[in-house]
Design a protein around this ligand. Structure first.
Ligand SMILES: Nc1nc2c(ncn2[C@@H]2O[C@H](COP(=O)(O)OP(=O)(O)OP(=O)(O)O)[C@@H](O)[C@H]2O)c(=O)[nH]1
Ligand SMILES: [Mg+2]
Length: 455
């Protein structure tokens, strides 16, 4: 068993040190994050383990505030005729009274860095390279530990990244990583740990294990997310309601079906958020551009579908109820009914039995409500987009997720994947229908196939 590698996360106050810890540990609840300076007052650690073995310990530290005064103080610590090196000077400082008084916060940082194998020096890359930051780096460098600068706040344009690179180079710091804690690059963790492995060669095996484990976990999460979306789509595609062919019960059934589908989508959103370890409110905020109010409130609004460029099929055009396609088993053939006949022709004995009942229903004057293709398209588009947003989101993010209008065409226009067509003929696959039998191998097979198409 190797000892966990200890890293101190250090830097000026308010540059995102605690945020970096949140993102690297995928823990939205780590420490306290605030726009106010001096939020973190004590050292706090978090451990990253793989298969129960602790590989890395990250220590959050208070922000440095007055490095200029501290550097001056350090320079006065040498006795006459003495010329201490950095670590000796830091050791003398930590033994002195000032380390418990005026520089108490700074002393915590330096003690932690001395007790660590290396430091991650977090930088707000929007800031100019001021003298106070250079002094800060000089004080930290005196601890004699490798420092890896981490450029934060780099997701948006207008940073001073180049000035920082030049300034860090002049201080002998040539390795650095760009890592925005709110929107980390896809390979951000890999780059960060690989850069550390260059500085800390003996720790390379455990850093590589960490990289591999993180990448495997990310792939598993993505697969899990696609499966959740596939289950949602299958549930909705297979959903059916029989209703008496009279205006009042019909309207009531349409309303009830809308609500059931909305709730089903909300359940999927919440499951995705849980899978990615985010808060329920991270995606249910009122200002989602694709939805007013609660997520999914305008799922059945034809205008939403139009804005997204989703093809609006027979059910919507029929106007009986926006979004709830009416398979008219009564009152003539429609597209919906034609599709049903196709399903009947291609389906097995079970399908025939099922449709047999529905044709009986027709004779009794009943209608079948199902959810229109356009709604399936919209669900697929925005859930996929949510999944992509979650995969790219840092756990330091404070704002609710905002989704742009999706650009991709396939789910908007192409024929829907085969599993959804199949599901139309299998009401027993839907958790939204009574009498479902969800553990059926064929349903599972279709979910797998559909999940693969969501990739
Ligand atoms: N947009 C954006 N905001 C960030 C980023 N990193 C941090 N923040 C914000 O910056 C502020 C400071 O973040 P903290 O993580 O508390 O910073 P800190 O360095 O730990 O601060 P102290 O503990 O006070 O020294 C918070 O409001 C964060 O939400 C980032 O990459 N992008
Ligand atoms: Mg902090």
């Amino acid at each position: 068993m190797t000892e966990p590698l200890k890293l101190a996360v250090v830097g000026h106050t308010n540059v995102g040190k605690t945020s970096l810890l949140r993102t690297l540990t995928r823990d939205i609840g780590f420490g306290e994050v605030s726009h106010r300076p001096s939020t973190t007052r004590h050292v706090e650690g978090a451990r990253l383990s793989v298969d129960g073995e602790a590989l890395l310990e990250l220590y959050d530290t208070p922000g440095l505030e007055d490095a200029i005064a501290l550097l001056e103080h350090l320079e006065r610590l040498d006795r006459p005729g003495e010329r201490l090196d950095g670590p000796a000077r830091i050791a003398r400082f930590l033994d002195g009274a000032e380390a418990r008084q005026r520089f108490e916060q700074e002393a915590k940082v330096l003690r932690q860095l001395l007790g660590s194998a290396a430091g991650l020096y977090v930088i707000d890359a929007r800031e100019p390279v001021l003298a106070k930051y250079r002094d800060e780096l000089e004080v930290l460098a005196a601890c004699g530990r490798p420092l890896l600068p981490v450029l934060n706040f780099v997701a948006r344009a207008g940073t001073r990244e180049n000035a920082w690179r030049a300034a860090l180079g002049r201080l002998g710091l040539h390795a650095m990583v760009r890592f925005d804690t709110v929107a980390p690059p896809q390979d951000g963790e890999r780059r960060l740990y690989e850069s550390l492995a260059l500085l800390l060669e003996p720790a390379r095996p455990q850093l590589e294990r960490l990289i591999q484990s993180h990448e495997a976990q990310a792939a598993t999460r993505l697969e899990g997310g696609r499966r959740l979306i596939a289950e949602l789509l299958l549930d909705v595609a297979a959903c059916r309601r029989s209703v008496e062919a009279r205006a009042e019960p019909e309207q009531e059934a349409v309303r009830e079906l809308h609500e059931a589908v909305r709730q089903r989508e909300q359940r999927c959103v919440e499951a995705l958020l849980r899978l990615y370890a985010f808060r329920p409110e991270d995606a249910a905020a009122a200002d989602l551009p694709l939805a007013g109010g609660r997520w999914g409130d305008d799922l059945f609004n034809p205008e939403t579908l139009k804005q997204l460029g989703v093809k609006i099929g027979g059910g919507l055009a029929a106007g009986a109820a926006a979004g709830a396609g009416v398979d008219l088993l009564v009152g003539g053939l429609t597209l919906g009914a034609a599709a049903l006949l196709g399903a009947l022709a291609g389906g097995g004995a079970q399908t025939a039995r099922h449709y047999g009942n529905r044709i009986l229903g027709k004779l009794r004057g009943e209608r079948e409500l199902s959810v229109d293709d356009a709604v399936l398209r919209l669900l697929a588009l925005r859930q996929r987009q949510l999944l992509a947003a979650l995969a790219a989101r840092g756990h330091a993010a404070q704002q609710a997720i905002r989704l742009d209008t999706p650009q991709e065409r396939s789910w908007r226009e192409d024929r829907l994947p085969e599993p959804l067509h199949k599901a139309r003929a299998h009401p027993e696959w839907s958790s939204l229908n009574p009498g479902r039998r969800r553990e059926q191998p064929e349903r599972q097979e279709q979910i797998r196939a559909l999940a693969a198409e969501l990739g």
